[in-house]
Each structure stands twice: as C-alpha cells, then as structure tokens.
Design a protein around this ligand. Structure first.
Ligand code: NDP
Length: 357
C-alpha cells in the first residue's frame, strides 16, 4: 500500500486523518512532539502492526536546522520510524519503505502567545518551507504534498468578495501580523501557504501540492485528551456553551461565518492525495454558513438536557449582507458530502461530555 507521512499526528484534525488513512489501508508514519504522544497514538490503535503505523518524534518543526541532514543512524539500524528516536524532518522524510505522500498539518493554532513571530509565524512558515525542502532533497518518491492551510489565508476583510472561493487571498501584511494579535494566526497561515506555492513554482520539485483551506472546524475528539481544559482551539466555543460559561443572550461574535466538520475535512485531505486532478489546487473545505446563534440552537436541539446552561434567547449576529461561499471544488472534485451543523454538534457535544474538565 502507498505510504503517507502525516505531521502533527496528535492534533485534533490529524487524528481523524490518521483514522481514515488506516481504514483505507495506507501505511502511515506520523510525527509527534514527544514519545508520550506517540505512545498514546499506539494505545488508541491496538492491533495495528508497526509496519502499518509508526511514529517519529520531531520536537519542533520550526527549529533551526530541523531540516538539515544529521544522521545518527548506522546502516544496519532498523528504519527510524521503528525506533523511538528524536529526529529532524530530513530524517523523518527518509522513510523505509519510502514515502508516496506527505500530509502536513502540524502548525500552532492558539491565541495564548506572547511572541507572535516565535510562537506562530515561524513554526507555520519555516515548518512548511522546511518540510518541502526536506522532501525535495531526501524523498524522491513523494508524488504529492497536501498542506492544511486555512480559510484564514482566504478571508479578506478589506475587500470582502460577494462569494468566497479559492481565488481569494487574505491581504494581511507582515507588519499587521506582528503588531495586531488578532492578525498573527491569520498571517501565519497566509504566509505559510504563499511560501508553499512559491516553493513549487520556483523550485520545480518532483511532487505537486494541494492545500486545504477550512474555516472553523468542529467535531468529535479522537486524539488523546484527558481534560477539556486542554481542548483544541476551535471546539472551545462549544465547550464553553455546554459548561454554562456563556449565558448572556448577546453571544460572543461569530467572527467567521463558515464552518466544517472535522471528519469531512479529514476525508478531504485523504481524497486530495487520491484524486489526480487535486494537484496544484486550493480547496475551500466548508459545509456552509452558520452563526453562534445557530450553534446554540443546534446544541439545544440535539442535547435538550443542557438547555438550562445555554442562553435563552440568543441574538443572531449574521449581517444582512453576509458573503456567500463556493465549495463546489470540494464537493465535486473530492466528493465530499458535508454533514449538517446539527449532525456535527450532536457528535461533538457527545464526545466532549465523555471527557472530564
Ligand atoms: P491542534 O492544536 O489540535 O493540532 C496542531 C498540531 O500541530 C499538534 O499536533 C501540535 O503538536 C502540532 N504543532 C504545533 N506547533 C508545532 C511545532 N512547532 N512543531 C511541531 N508540531 C507542532 O489543532 P488543529 O488540529 O485544529 O490544527 C491542525 C491544522 O489545521 C493547523 O495547521 C491549523 O492551522 C489548521 N486549521 C485548523 C482549523 C480549526 O478550526 N481547527 C481551521 C483551519 C485550519 P502539540 O499538540 O504536541 O503541540
């Protein structure tokens, strides 16, 4: 079976991608930041042979020299993914048997940073260019790289299009990204994706590229998580509602009025390595429009027992002239049949209720 390197395998989205890859029979080697996280992935997949699923520890994808070749292995050592070694990305891409595809999800997504360059921009940008450089130099069998970019690289608040599609780019500048906290993550995703397309254009590598550009991602948690205090960023809004932390009828701002379910997004990543025509394309992977009010309504509808914790008469902040979206590339080319908000919320809440605070 073809072999896939999946970066950031312990993350919310990557854990779903991993499950779909394994279910479809791929051999997978994933990167994690610690042995404990790798072992938790093994524990979640009992009975899967180490030849089908293995991990390597890459502590920081943005580390200086993370992509330079530093070989500590001897010729007769077992393949690196069968050892619990801390490696750099150059070693991670030198897999044996060799890799066919790379899915790069690892990138910071949070707002508790003090230094936007060190904590968000550098890991996103250098992590992306570094893995592309490493694949070009050390992984000649890789045919396609799929990168998890974001709708943050598409959204344009300066000149909002009537209908968003893959032709739109966020006009955020470096200056804005480093001085305005709200722009730091958006800048990290925009500059990282731009750097990836530029790499392909100027370096003419042996692989092609596809990017996933999802907006807010909700969905059940399948990665190792022992407390809702450590929940991934995008599910935190649902957590706060079900914990009764937002009871005011004036809800937190929706911000981005587009969303998608993590399982549909994970399938889109895998389809993007399977569909030949996906090469060279961005994908706006969205189920459609929503708002905080619709989210609260969906929680109340699917989990009426939580009603007392929710705002009673939530106000909808959807503007009358809300933008539209075109997700036809994801539905038609990748064959994604998007879940409804209610289906997603039903499963997300059920999953969060199983995890203690
Ligand atoms: P998670 O925080 O759950 O996953 C992020 C992953 O990246 C984790 O495995 C994390 O490892 C790893 N990571 C972060 N920084 C580094 C680093 N410097 N070196 C190595 N690994 C690192 O978030 P998501 O699953 O939501 O995000 C996955 C991807 O999807 C990101 O690229 C994000 O930008 C993108 N995305 C997410 C959206 C969403 O709504 N969730 C929307 C659009 C895009 P660890 O946990 O060990 O730190």
């Amino acid at each position: 079976m073809p072999k896939v390197l999946l970066t950031g395998g312990s993350g919310f989205i990557a854990a779903h991608i991993l499950d779909i890859l394994l279910a479809r029979g791929y051999d997978v080697v994933t990167t994690v930041r610690s042995k404990a996280k790798g072992d938790a992935i093994f524990a979640a997949h009992p009975g899967i042979q180490r030849q089908k699923l293995s991990y390597v520890t890459v502590e920081d994808v943005a580390e200086d020299g993370a992509f330079d070749e530093v070989s500590t292995l001897q010729p007769r050592d077992p393949p690196i993914e069968l050892q619990s070694l801390t490696v750099n990305v150059a070693q991670a891409v030198k897999s044996n048997p060799p890799l066919d595809y790379v899915i790069h999800t690892a990138s910071p997504f949070h707002s508790n940073f003090t230094d936007p360059i060190k904590e968000l921009l550098n890991p996103a940008i250098n992590g992306t260019t570094g893995i592309l450089r490493a694949i070009k130099a050390y992984a000649p069998t890789v045919r396609r790289v799929v990168i998890t970019s974001s709708f943050a690289a598409i959204a344009n608040s300066v000149s909002t299009p009537k209908v968003y599609d893959e032709s739109s780019w966020n006009p955020v500048t470096w200056e804005e990204a480093v001085t305005e906290p709200v722009q730091a993550y958006r800048g990290s995703k925009t500059f990282a994706e731009k750097a990836a397309w530029k790499f392909v254009e100027t370096e003419n590598p042996h692989f092609d590229l596809a990017t996933m550009n999802p907006p807010l991602v909700y969905g059940p948690v399948v990665h190792d998580l022992n407390s809702l205090d450590n929940l991934n960023t995008s599910n935190q809004r649902i957590r706060d509602f079900i914990q009764g932390k937002c009871t005011d009828d004036v809800l937190p701002p929706t911000g981005t009025f587009l969303w998608t379910d993590v399982r549909d997004l994970a399938l889109a990543h895998v389809r993007a390595i399977e569909v030949p025509e996906a090469g060279g394309k961005r994908f706006l992977v969205t189920a459609g429009l929503y708002s905080m009010k619709r989210l609260v309504d969906a929680i109340r509808q699917t989990h009426p027992e939580l009603s007392s914790k929710l705002p009673k008469n939530p106000v909808d902040d959807t503007p009358a002239n809300i933008y539209g979206y075109d997700n036809s590339r994801a539905t038609q080319l990748l064959g994604i049949n998007f879940r409804t908000l209610e289906m997603s919320v039903q499963d997300t809440v059920a999953s969060l209720l199983k995890i203690s605070t």
